[in-house]
Each structure stands twice: as C-alpha cells, then as structure tokens.
Write a protein that binds this ligand. Structure first.
Ligand code: F6P
Length: 545
C-alpha cells in the first residue's frame, strides 16, 4: 500500500514540516518578505520568460507570485522529499493509493490509449475501459442519428442527466464549456434534491422523446434516486408504465441500476477505482458525449492524457508546480482561500467543479496514518466568470486585508468571438493586483489627501494566468487534468488522502433520521435545542392549520 509523503525521497515522516527542505523554504520567504513584485520585475527583465511554462496548448504564467528560481528549486526539492514523483507513478500504475478505502485511484486509466497496459490485481483494465467507451460511442451515435426510439416509437431527441457531486459537476461544466460543439440533441442536467431543479430541466420536453440518464457511482445517493423516481413518474405519465426504453444509467453498481429498472444494455459501468470528483472521463459523461459526439469526447480524453503523460515524464511538471505553489501559499503565507476566475462565459462553471475537486479532496485534518496534520490543509476555492466577478468580489481581492491568490484563465479566441476588451480586463486585473498603486502615485494625481488611503492599492497580490488559444475539447481536458494533478500534488505534500470523503457521511446519516422524524407526527426529536426548535418551527409552517 502506498502512502503519500512516504514514498521514496529522504523524508519518511508524515508531516510536511519534517521535510529537510522545509526550514529553508520558510527562511527564504521570511528573507524576501519586503521584496515587492514591482522590485522583482525591475530586478529581472527575464522574469516573465523564466516563470512561464507551456503545458500542451496551455500557457501558464506564475511570474506574478512572489517567487524566484531559488523558490522553485526549493519547492521541487520539497516535492521530491515528499515523494510526489513516486506517488504519481504509483497512482497511474494502478497501485492502491486510496488507503482508507483500500483501492487504486485510476481515473487516468479512463483516458489511457487503447494499447496501454495498466494492471489492477494482475488484470489489464484498459480493455474494459475501452469496451465501455465503445458502448457509449455506439449508443450516443445512434441517439444523435435519431435511431434510438422510446416506448411509443418516437425517436429520442432530449437527454436529461441526473446526478450530484462528481456525477454532475464535471459533465455539466464540460457540456457548457463545449456548447459551441454541441449537436442536434437537447441535453439538460439536474442535481438538486429540491424538485424545482428537475421540474425546470424537464420543462417543455416530451416524455415520448426523452431519455433520462441516472448517473450515480454508488446508485444509492438519496438526491439522485429521488430525482430518478420523479423523472420515472413524469415519463410514465407521458408514455405509460413501461418506461424502460427511456432510462439509462452510469454507475459502478450495475446490479442496482438494473434492479431499479434500467435495461442492462443501457447501463454504462465504470470501475470502483474511479473517484466521483475525478470521473469526468467516465460514463457519467454520457450526456456530455451525447451533446458533443464521441469524436469530440475522444479529443477531450486526448487532452487529459497529454497532461497525465507530463506529470509522469517530467519531475518539474506544471501541475506539480501549481500544487506546490498552492501548498506554499496556504502553509507558508497563510492564504486561506483561492479564487478561480475564467474570463470565458463558456467556462463559468469551472469554479463549481473545482470546489468539489479540491475541497472534497483536500478538506482533511488527519494524515493517512490517522495523525493530525500540522497546520492548515486545503484552501477554500471560489470564483465566478470574469468580467462579472469584477463587479462582485474583486474589491475584496484588491483592497481587503487578506491576500487571496487568483487563477485567471483566458482564451485568445473565446466562444463569443475575439474580444480584446475581455482579455484586456483579465490582464488589467492581474496587473493591478500584482503592481498596485502606491500612496505617492495616488497623491501625485491630485486626489484629496483624505482620499489617498482609500485609493491606494497595496499590490503584491499573487495570481496565475493560464492562457490558451481556444477552449477546444482537448484544451478543456488539459485544464481538468491539470487541476486534478495539482490537487493530488497538494495532498501528497500534506500527507493526506485526496481520494476519500468521510466528512460528508455524518450529515447524510443525520438527514435520514431527521427525515423520519419530520414525517412522523408522533416523533419527539431528541437533538440539540436549536435543531429541536427548528424542526418544530418547520412542522408548524409546513402544514399550517
Ligand atoms: O458528496 C459526496 C459524494 O459521495 C461525492 O463524492 C460524489 O461525487 C457524490 O456524493 C455522488 O455520489 P454518487 O455518484 O455515488 O451518486
């Protein structure tokens, strides 16, 4: 069994602080604390060149972080001492890296080429992956050609994909990101337990020509099963009781999907070793493939593979670099959150996907050996599309007391057409955050002295700028894999397991108990007084007499 932070390297302790290079990193940061980004740019005319990196079709500029070549050397030594390269080799090679659940985390196998060999328990898993991809391709090709018919003989023209968390956020984000590549089908998504979500998704659709895809790795998730039943009833009201032709499923539990009523040949399976938030390349993206077609979907997988290959082949890979910077900002410089701002309407849901990817993976307080982690772990991830975000939360980024690193993502040819103003805004915000405006500069503009402090910008606010020419399926795949590996890097550095999510369990269990109590008028709930009183208030307001 492979443990993050314990593979190879010269440091077999679980704490990042015990890495030999850690004191040097902390000392270098303390030495440079008064060195502004302005000073750094002035001192080194080659700064942008030496701190910008190509990753496939992505251009990643980290020159607006308070780092230099010495910081990078120390950070990559840290990665080595924490066993990051060995962890990636083990993960991609199919070893058990998800210790608390005793299984591999092989999402990379979902995008491996057909001739790759990746063994789990001595069996090559790649043929099974490609068999499912073939099944998805045949089905979505037929759907897009109008050859799949429902109970009444009408061709299916709409697909409604149900799922939540990893069975929803990634595929929905990707379908919106790649909307310009969408074909003839109407594809909609619903996740929320609030029935209004599905009601809205079904609005205007004809049950006779609608396919409902139930996406759930476990096929036990309460929200998804509730939506599936609501959808089943809607279908039955339109086409009669036998709605099986209108149902498909994406799951790691095919027997449960079949028992629920999905015909076996419309169940698309994926293995247990794919974590929900890492499952974009799995069959939970059946709706995405239906929207953009198998060829475009294949291009997305190729983009992901390109990044997978870099993370294994290059010790100084871009995903590892970004993971190192995330941990450094969090632990050494105390940044409690990070904002992600795509200057792209198409990519506006990327922060939502990253919230689950990063916060469910890195929101841990114990290391893999069960001991408390020293210091903070995953940052709060938040964000929205630029330029909208500029008019919502950028004030706090520029002048709030806390420094919040930002990821800016932009495209030379966005879906809406070349737009210099859009790119100018991205570049201007990154520059303003980094360079700021000093009191002297403000005073020199003739501003009233009382207003000078209000109009001063501290600067020194770090950001990463990721540029690509166009948001193609391949570029989207590269972006997603970049963030996946960045997240895993941070987990390995901290010595935590990025692949489990025990923290979501307690609330789920309590919800079952509370739901029973709410529906039983005879029950006398025995919770804390706040919960008891809120339950009483809810009951009173739910059915006013
Ligand atoms: O939020 C908890 C979680 O288990 C996620 O990790 C997962 O993506 C989501 O629920 C949905 O789970 P499933 O795909 O099994 O329905």
């Amino acid at each position: 069994m492979v443990q993050p932070g314990c593979l190879g390297g010269d440091n077999r302790e679980m704490s990042i602080h015990s890495a030999a290079v850690w004191p040097e990193l902390v000392a270098l940061n303390a030495d440079q604390v008064d060195l502004s980004l302005v000073d750094r740019f002035v001192a080194d005319p080659q700064r942008a060149e030496s701190l910008s990196f190509a990753l496939g079709d992505l251009w990643v500029d980290v020159a607006k972080h308070p780092i230099d070549a010495a910081t990078l050397d120390l950070l990559f030594r840290l990665a080595k001492q924490r066993g990051v390269p060995e962890f990636f080799a083990a993960m991609i090679g199919g070893q058990v890296v998800n210790q608390t659940e005793g299984r591999p985390a092989l999402h990379t196998a979902l995008r491996a080429s057909a001739d790759a060999v990746i063994e789990v328990d001595g069996v090559n898993v790649v043929p099974e992956v490609h068999q499912t991809l073939g099944q998805m391709t045949a089905f979505t090709d037929a759907l897009r050609a109008g050859q799949v018919t429902g109970a009444t003989g009408h061709a299916i023209r709409a697909v409604v994909s149900l799922g939540i968390g990893g069975s929803h956020l990634g595929p929905t984000m990707a379908a919106e990101a790649l909307a310009e590549f969408a074909g003839p089908l109407t594809v909609r998504w619903a996740a929320n337990l609030d029935r209004a979500d599905l009601t809205q998704a079904l609005a205007g659709l004809d049950p006779a020509s609608t396919l409902v895809v139930v996406c759930s790795k476990t096929f036990t998730t309460a929200e998804t099963l509730a939506a599936a039943e609501q959808a089943q009833a809607w279908l039955a009201a339109g086409v009669g009781d036998d709605v099986s032709a209108h149902l498909a499923a994406a799951t790691a539990a095919p027997e449960r999907a079949e028992a629920w009523g999905v015909p076996a040949d419309q169940v698309f399976t994926f293995p247990e070793w794919v974590g929900g938030r890492f499952s974009l390349a799995s069959s939970v993206s059946l709706g995405l493939m239906a929207a953009i077609g198998a060829e475009r979907f294949g291009e997305m997988l190729t983009g992901m593979r390109l990044v997978d290959d870099q993370v294994v082949a290059e010790e100084r890979s871009v995903p590892v670099l970004l993971g190192l910077l995330d941990v450094w900002h969090r632990q050494v410089r105390g940044a409690a959150s990070r904002a992600v701002v795509p200057y792209s309407h198409a990519l506006r849901r990327f922060p939502d996907h990253l919230q689950q990817l990063e916060m469910e993976s890195l929101g841990k307080s114990v290391s893999v050996d069960g001991r408390p982690v020293e210091g903070p772990t995953g940052a709060v991830i938040w964000g929205a599309a630029g330029t909208d975000a500029q008019h919502a939360f950028f004030q706090l980024l520029h002048q709030g007391p806390e420094v919040i690193p930002v990821d800016f993502i932009g495209f030379a040819q966005p879906a809406g057409g070349v737009n210099d103003a859009l790119m100018a805004n991205l570049l201007a915000q990154a520059e303003a955050l980094a360079i700021g405006r000093s009191e002297q500069e403000v005073a020199a503009t003739g501003v009233a002295p009382a207003l000078v402090p209000h109009r001063t910008f501290a600067g020194g606010r770090p950001s990463t700028v990721i540029l690509a020419q166009r948001l193609t399926p391949s570029v989207l795949g590269q972006l997603v894999a970049l963030y996946e590996h960045r997240t895993v890097t941070a987990a390995v550095l901290w010595g935590i397991n990025p692949f489990d999510q025990w923290g979501v369990e307690l609330g789920k269990q309590l919800a079952v108990r509370i739901a029973d109590e709410l529906s039983d008028p005879e029950s006398s709930p025995n919770h804390d007084s706040s919960t008891n009183s809120l339950m009483a208030r809810y009951r009173e307001w739910r059915n006013p007499s």
